[in-house]
Each structure stands twice: as structure tokens, then as C-alpha cells.
Design a protein around this ligand. Sequence first.
Ligand code: FES
Length: 158
Amino acid sequence: MPQLPEKIHELTVGQLSARSGAAVSALHFYESKGLISSRRTSGNQRRYTRDTLRRVAFVRAAQRVGIPLATIREALAELPEERTPTRADWARLSEAWRSELDDRINQLNRLRDHLTDCIGCGCLSLATCVLSNPDDAFGERGAGSRLMREDGGARAQP
Ligand code: FES
């Protein structure tokens, strides 16, 4: 990983990419989603402050554990004065996201267990297949087809 001289306070997108490990396209995407920001030079080139490196590391770490970008953006927006997340911020947020991840892992474990019943079947029946109709979601809304609108018109299958 290339080292940056201490006196450099702003980074080009190429430097930020090389230092953070994120592709230039990913950095542009993060910027379009408001996760990082830059200023433009007179030649219309992006310049990022040095602390953007930590912001990118935060975003990538959160993404790696499956946190949606919208949730990451909300977390960053809650930090005062668009501060770069500190060690304490990461500790607090990762603790809050832990239970959400546990729920998702439990749900995936249940789906994996049900997948065994589907292997070689292929019916995708709303009545019997737990993957087609997890937790019998349609059954909870009453008997009969849940894929038709009340006025009788067809509705796209969820
Ligand atoms: S595909 Fe038949 S039970 Fe799931």
C-alpha cells in the first residue's frame, strides 16, 4: 500500500483509491450517495481531505458485514459536523448493528435449512414451499389468493 507523505492534506481520486483499496468507480459511487465528499479544483478535478481515507474504511467495513448503504449514510449523517467516524463511533455503531446482523444470520440459517426440502422439488408452491412463502406470510392475510387485488385486477407477484 503506497504511503502518503505527511504534508499531503488532500488526495486525488487515484491516491484515495490506491491508499484505501476501493476502486475509483466505487469512490465515485460513494460520493454520489453522499458517503464521502470532495472539493473541485479549478481544473474540475476532485480533491479529498485526508480523513476521507478513514470514512472509506468505515464504509467498506460496514458493507463487508452487509449493512446497507442507506443505513451507513444515516449513521455518518448523525455524526456532528460531518465528522469522520472515530474509534468510539465505530464501536458504538457496530454494537448497534450486531443484533440486526444476528437477526439476518438467523433468518438465513432458517432459509438454508428449508432449502434442503426444496432440492430436487421445484414446485415453488405458495401453499407448501417455505421458500416461496416464508413464514406463511400470505396465509396470515387470510384464505385465498393474495396475488389478486381486491377489485379483481391482477397484481404483480411479490
Ligand atoms: S420448491 Fe417445492 S417445497 Fe420448495
